[in-house]
Design a binder for this molecule. Structure first.
Ligand code: HXC
Ligand code: NAP
Length: 290
């Protein structure tokens, strides 16, 4: 599909947006769209070379609009450093996207305590670290702010084999609603997006190992029969960050081609019934109803 951007060109003019995990995958795609809409971004993650390369390539298209700073969302001193440097450079940070994540598939009984807490620390505590540090500055300066948390659909349903991620992302959703309720009085909004499958190197290498596609075709799980395109996610993220959604807070928007609902639905399997057979089924049911 050829998906276009949906917001007007200057939507993020004079706005500074900090994106954790913004050097790769979905974070980078969202950042690129924000740049297209006139915004300035800070991208941060652990690998300095990845952040530097991403910042250089984005700055080539959008000069002086991207600051890359390495840092670990788990370490509060890194979080403070990223935020302080961003404010020093741009004067303010207006919006935050908590996008950094760690994940891999594994039977839960194989996980060490450290494996479990590593995921919780990146996903849930990383989100809390950035929100708290930046939120305190916004509140002190009486500055409005907007937060967008990137969750997943299984944060709502739960899922085996990604239990630490599901638990952490579930926490992120509750955090989203709780902070939204409490900080609305400071003109701080907080929403979340729950994406289904959007191919990225980072996610696919850890969740869809080579050879897996022989056993299951992800598209078959999705009633719209395709995976998501990055621009589709960028559109909804940009909307939730922008003033076009100024009256929305504490909301979670799912974007998954209907995947989770389809697989939760008790009768979705009836898709497999050929249409000719429905006449027989209908006749039988009508007869019984009489
Ligand atoms: C079991 C594992 C493991 C695995 C690591 N560990 N990989 N255990 N199976 N495959 C264990 C380690 O042995 C260690 O425990 C602990 O986890 C921490 O591992 P480290 O490698 O030391 O941690 P770190 O270097 O911090 O790396 C974190 C990581 C890594 C999460 C393990 O994968 C990473 O850097 N990921 C970042 C990017 C990412 O995950 N992207 C995907 C997001 S997709 P011990 O006890 O040995 O010390 C997503 C949504 C998907 O979130 C939804 C799709 C539809
Ligand atoms: P990705 O490219 O692997 O993105 C994860 C990013 O987080 C990387 O840039 C990584 O960079 C950064 N990161 C990991 N640990 C970090 C830490 N401790 N401190 C700072 N940064 C850290 O994968 P993605 O698919 O784009 O995922 C982006 C977001 O979308 C995640 O929140 C994920 O859960 C969510 N999501 C993705 C999908 C999908 O289908 N792709 C579906 C649902 C939800 P470094 O390694 O350099 O730190």
């Amino acid at each position: 599909m050829n998906i276009n951007g949906m917001l007007p060109d200057k939507t993020f003019k004079d706005k500074v947006i900090l994106i954790t995990g913004g050097g790769t995958g979905l974070g980078k795609s969202i950042g690129e769209y924000i740049l297209k809409l006139g915004g300035t971004i800070i991208i941060t993650s652990r690998r300095e070379e990845v952040i530097e390369e991403a910042a250089n390539s984005l700055n080539a298209s959008y000069p002086n609009s991207v600051l890359g700073i390495a840092g670990d969302v788990r370490k509060i001193e890194d979080v403070e450093n990223v935020i302080n440097k961003s404010i020093k450079k741009f004067g303010h940070v207006d919006m935050l996207i908590n996008n950094a994540a760690g994940n891999f598939i594994s039977p839960t009984e194989r996980l060490s305590p450290n494996a479990f807490s590593t995921i919780i620390d990146i996903v849930l505590k990383g989100t809390c670290n950035y929100t708290l540090t930046l939120g305190k500055i916004w509140i002190k300066d009486k500055q409005p702010g907007t937060i967008l948390n990137i969750a997943t659909t299984y944060a709502l349903t739960g899922s085996g084999y990604v239990v630490p991620s599901a638990a952490a992302k579930g926490g992120v959703l509750t955090f989203t609603k709780s902070i939204a309720a409490e900080w609305a009085k400071y003109k701080i909004r907080c929403n979340a997006v729950a994406p289904g499958p959007f191919p990225t190197e980072g996610a696919w290498s850890r969740l869809v190992p080579p050879g897996f596609s022989k056993f299951f075709d992800i598209k078959k799980r999705i009633p719209l029969k395709r995976v998501g395109e990055h621009q589709e996610l960028a559109n909804i993220c940009a909307y939730l960050l922008s003033d076009y959604s100024a009256y929305i807070t504490g909301e979670i928007i799912t974007i998954d081609g209907g995947e989770w609902m389809y697989n939760a639905g008790q009768f979705s399997w009836l898709d497999k019934i050929p249409s000719a057979m429905w006449s027989i089924i209908e006749k039988t049911i009508r007869k019984k109803s009489k």
